[in-house]
Write a protein that binds this ligand. Structure first.
Ligand code: AMP
Ligand code: MG
Length: 487
């Protein structure tokens, strides 16, 4: 276990051409204090858990002190935002502090979000507000708890530094951990600026760091793109199965290794509404829940275009062609497992389609439905869950088909039920729960609700006695929260 002052830094990004980044020191926040620290993330970098509550901890992660061995940089990238190309973005308010190696968990980038202005801040102040930092902190851990690839979060630090959004708020920082901070937009920046040598260099770097098995492959760039396509397809299949809407799938928010990346106005579905738009600023619904699979492909096309100096048109098309079948296959497998089926059956996609139509027509709560379905027994004549439906006849028709389907496999009810409960979460990081935790933090400087949610979302499949209300359907006000990009 390491102390904060002796983390094992190794900063490979500094071996890359200087055009890729600017060296920037974090700008300190006023009177920083700990809002929350996450022992599971600390373990990933071998950080002694005792350090999380030390007096120095908020100083190190608010820019007051520099971690020995870190060499902070702001990365340069661009990207497509809402379909339009923005020629220059870059880390406008976050810094890559360096990479820390753990003996058992490998290498992690440490990225301090909200660290102050950089050469890429444009009109921004370089800061992050407390509410958005809490949102990213909890959702990173919720995704990890659900087994979905994501960046992780070590801590949120609050401060007395005022920042101005629609109203005055206070600045905070978030310490993000990720295997890689390379985005699709990195490749786009250097491609559109005709730095094809840098595109190649960056691809070699990502291959060396993230896909080392490809280093000596004769078609390494082709295999690299195929790996990104597969990782992205897998990720988006997981989002769709979990009912997760990202909200801002711009190419600068797409991780090259297929992590859920850059949490903004995201939401987990409450009611099953396929066209749900979680981002209040997304007037056209470009990033609506049911458009995520096709936007994933759109973004991969943008990446493929940025790699066109390395690969032929035929290779780009061949790599992209894997996306759709991969996503569908993975999604179907996830949904079959959520439904408690052990083997694949030709009628399953249709049975699922009918269910989703029914859930949409009823505006049923997506996750509560699946959790209740875990207790569905084919031996019982009537299913208790049918009480939740307005059109009970329609549900009962579906339930009868589902019952027949379960009988086909003749699986043991209690075993299947237990297995399903490890795939269908009891606790979801609903927006209204987050909102309550944020209000308590902002208005009363009470951070206890963040700890409760962290504990629940890190183990979302288990029962937590005393926390039953967190598993209940959201109140009506909680379903209509407007979340925008301003953070
Ligand atoms: P995001 O919407 O967080 O993905 O950010 C998009 C771009 O805007 C990135 O280049 C960010 O670094 C930049 N950005 C967002 N907020 C700020 C801010 N408060 N100050 C400076 N840059 C920002
Ligand atoms: Mg971003």
């Amino acid at each position: 276990m390491q102390k904060l002052a002796s983390l094992n830094f190794s900063n490979s990004f500094h071996q890359l051409p200087k055009i890729l980044y600017s060296k920037v020191e974090p700008q300190e926040l006023d009177q920083p204090f700990l809002v929350s620290a996450n022992p599971l993330a600390a373990a990933l970098i071998d950080l002694d858990p005792g350090e999380l509550h030390s007096a120095d901890f908020p100083r190190y992660f608010s820019g007051q002190r520099q971690l020995p061995g870190s060499q902070p940089v702001a990365m340069l990238y661009s990207g497509h935002q809402f379909g339009g190309y923005n020629p220059q973005l870059g880390d406008g308010r976050g810094l890559l502090l360096g990479e820390v190696s753990s003996a058992s968990h490998g290498k992690w980038d440490l990225h301090l979000k909200g660290a102050g202005k950089t050469p890429y801040s444009r009109f921004g102040d370089g800061r992050a507000v407390l509410r958005s930092s809490i949102r990213e902190y909890l959702c990173s851990e919720a995704m990890a708890g659900l087994g979905i690839a994501s960046t992780r979060a070590l801590c949120v630090i609050g401060s007395h530094t005022p920042v101005y959004r629609e109203q005055q708020e206070f600045a905070a920082t978030l310490l993000r951990l990720a295997r890689s901070h390379i985005r699709f937009g990195h490749f786009e920046y250097f491609h559109y600026n005709h730095h094809h040598d840098i595109v190649r260099r960056l691809a070699d770097y990502v291959i060396e760091q993230q896909f080392p098995h490809l280093i000596n492959h004769s078609e390494k760039y082709f295999e690299f793109l195929k790996s990104v396509v597969n990782a992205t397809a897998t990720l988006i299949a997981q989002w769709q199965a979990a009912g997760f809407a990202h909200g801002v799938m711009n190419t600068d928010n797409m991780s090259i290794i297929g992590d859920t990346f850059d949490y903004g106005p995201f939401a987990f579905l409450d009611d099953y509404e396929p066209g749900f738009i979680c981002n209040h600023s997304d007037d056209q619904g470009r990033y609506a829940f049911n458009r995520q699979p096709s936007i994933g492909l759109w973004n991969l096309n943008a990446l493929a275009h940025a790699l066109s100096s390395l690969l032929s048109k035929e290779q780009l098309s061949a790599a992209l062609a894997d996306y759709e079948p991969r996503l569908i296959r993975h999604y179907n497998a996830l949904m079959q497992a959520k439904l408690g089926f052990q083997q694949r059956h030709p009628g399953d996609p249709e049975l699922l389609g009918e269910l989703l139509d029914l859930l949409a027509a009823e505006k049923a709560d997506y996750n509560i439905f699946f959790r209740k379905l875990c207790d569905f027994s084919p031996a019982q004549a009537t299913a208790k869950i049918s009480d939740d439906f307005i059109d009970q006849q329609r549900f009962n028709r579906w339930a009868e088909r589902y019952r027949q389907r379960l009988l086909l496999e003749n699986s043991d009810h209690s075993q299947r039920s237990e297995k399903m409960k490890q795939l269908n979460p009891l606790y979801i990081l609903r927006n209204y729960l987050l909102q309550s935790a944020i209000e308590k933090a902002e208005e009363q400087k009470d951070y206890s609700e963040i700890e409760h949610l962290l504990m629940l979302v890190q183990k979302p499949f288990d029962q937590h006695p005393g926390y039953e209300r967190y598993a209940e359907p959201p109140p009506d006000w909680g379903k209509k929260l407007q979340i925008s990009c301003s953070s």
